[in-house]
Design a protein. Structure first.
Length: 505
């Protein structure tokens, strides 16, 4: 022991120096036991007991020897728990290897517990040492789990953060991070094949639940790049594209591929469910990224549905499909195309039919005759400030060998207490200066029959069973100017080879 003001004596074990051979080892071990437990080896450093001055408890250092020769290695440090070598049914179990940082009993906020650092060796010119954390294997049962977790927080703190990151690189690529579950291979028992599965392990990334604050965020962000390409420099061109994000479901050799579901959680008692935004970002000098919703090919191709939710206490939500605007001169706004699929089979007996396009407004199921109406369908051409407004074309499909399609514009039959809807065909009014603008014409014409009859034009009024028959009125336009005349009504028969047409004015 040391005196009142002195140090205790030093205890040193060392083997001798060797000039031409190996220095001698130091071996410290306890003996075996044939019927009891083997003896322990305790290496314990003394405590610093002074309570009025800052002192540090003694350290324990285990350092392997350095090597100075060419093509040689520094010494290893091996710390291994004992094995349970008994092979009986309830035989030996492997010992535990525990690394534990020192506890902190101080009451201050900076009285922190001791850390645990496991760091691989540095290298001056080669690759630094690897760090491997791996659970043990088993011949018959499961391999051991690996749990990396921070402890729970105290009453006035937060739980510790968990960070996985690779180091930075000054002249190459930074290291990758890979999180993957292992493959599974089943070996079914012929007597009980349904009890053995070979499912691969799941990967769950879950943010914890909070009581009062906002729930924690989950962010998946690919890497940025800040480099500048040098296509004419001495080195090869540098690719300066930001990293991709790819989410791919699992493949199945015999059955369905896995689903991908992206959804927000339900809203609480006083809130809304979260918004789901699928958006590409802006581009300063190039084209903004596009969004493609594509279903896969197959015996039955996948469908695409855009369905808004149901509202209980307000109007139903809208579905808006809006093509992009353009602010560049001589450019047009984006087109909106709805194209049904083609039936591409050329089978002679029953080949493919073209798909239909149906635009239908919603039904009104209310019982009020005046207010609970069905939804409208409005197809409007685009307006223009200085030039002509956009045209509207309704045209049936063509056929190479058969008839072209029909065009039918009709109102639906009425209910038991109403009238069938009116059909109005009119052009807009002309509001320009005199002599510079006129209202649009209406032309009803059938096509030319190059090898058959030209089509007829029939104006037919429906039959009235209990009232007067409906009228047909053909009225030419009036004119309020003193120097003009009203419009004429001309009914003229077609020309034929054997007679002239007759006119009625």
């Amino acid at each position: 022991e040391g005196g009142v003001n002195g140090d205790s004596g030093e205890l040193s074990f060392s083997s001798g120096f060797a000039h031409d051979g190996n220095s001698g080892p130091i071996t410290l071990f306890t003996g075996d036991s044939s019927s009891g437990s083997a003896g322990n080896i305790d290496l314990k450093v003394g405590r610093a007991l002074s309570r009025d001055r800052p002192h540090i408890g003694g350290s324990v250092s285990l350092n392997a020897g350095d090597s100075y020769g060419p093509d040689s290695f520094g010494g290893d440090v091996q710390i291994g728990a004992g094995s349970g070598v008994n092979e009986w049914h309830d035989g030996g179990k492997g010992g535990t290897l525990l690394f534990h940082g020192g506890s902190a009993r101080g009451s201050g906020h900076f009285d922190n517990g001791g850390g645990v650092s496991i760091i691989s060796g540095d290298a001056a010119h080669g690759t630094s040492g690897d760090l491997l954390i791996k659970s043990g294997s088993s011949n018959l049962a499961s391999s051991g789990s690996i749990v990396i977790s921070t402890s729970d927080a105290g009453s006035e703190g937060v739980s510790g953060a968990l960070s996985f990151r690779t180091g930075s690189s000054t002249s190459g690529d930074s290291g990758s991070i890979e999180i993957s579950s292992g493959n599974a291979h089943s070996h079914p028992d012929p007597l009980w094949p349904e009890e053995v599965t070979g499912s691969s392990g799941n990967i769950h990334i879950t943010v914890g639940t909070g009581d009062l604050g906002k729930g924690g965020n989950l962010k998946l962000a690919a890497g940025n790049t800040t480099g500048t390409p040098h296509p004419y420099g001495p080195n090869r061109p540098v690719e300066t594209i930001g990293g991709d994000v790819s989410i791919v479901s699992g493949y199945s050799h015999e059955s369905h591929s896995g689903e991908i579901m992206i959804e927000t959680s339900i809203g609480g008692r006083r809130g809304n469910s979260g918004t789901l935004t699928l958006k590409t970002n802006d581009s300063d000098n190039g084209k903004a990224g596009y969004i493609a919703l594509l279903s896969g090919n197959g015996t039955f191709g996948g469908e695409i549905e855009l369905i808004a939710g149901t509202s209980d206490n307000s109007d139903g939500p809208n579905v808006l499909i809006h093509a992009g605007d353009s602010s560049h001169k001589k450019s047009a706004g984006g087109a909106l195309q709805m194209i049904a699929g083609s039936g591409t089979s050329e089978n002679f007996w029953d080949g493919g039919n073209g798909g239909s396009v149906e635009i239908s407004a919603g039904h009104g199921f209310g019982n009020n005759k005046l207010t609970d109406v069905g939804g409208d369908v409005a197809i409007l051409g685009g307006g223009s400030h200085k030039s002509s407004g956009g045209n509207m074309l309704i045209r049936s499909g063509s056929s190479i060998e058969s008839s072209s399609g029909h065009v039918t514009i009709e109102t639906t039959r009425s209910g038991v207490r109403g009238n069938s809807g009116s059909l109005s065909l009119s052009t807009g009014s002309a509001t320009g200066y005199a002599g510079e603008s006129s209202s649009g014409s209406i032309q009803l014409s059938t096509g030319t029959g190059s090898a058959g009859f030209a089509g007829n034009i029939n104006l037919l009024v429906g039959e009235s069973q209990k009232a007067d028959g409906g009228n047909i009125s053909v009225i030419a336009g009036s004119s309020s100017d003193l120097a003009t005349t009203g419009g004429a009504v001309i009914i003229k028969g077609g020309l034929g080879e054997s007679s002239n047409a007759h006119e009625v004015c």
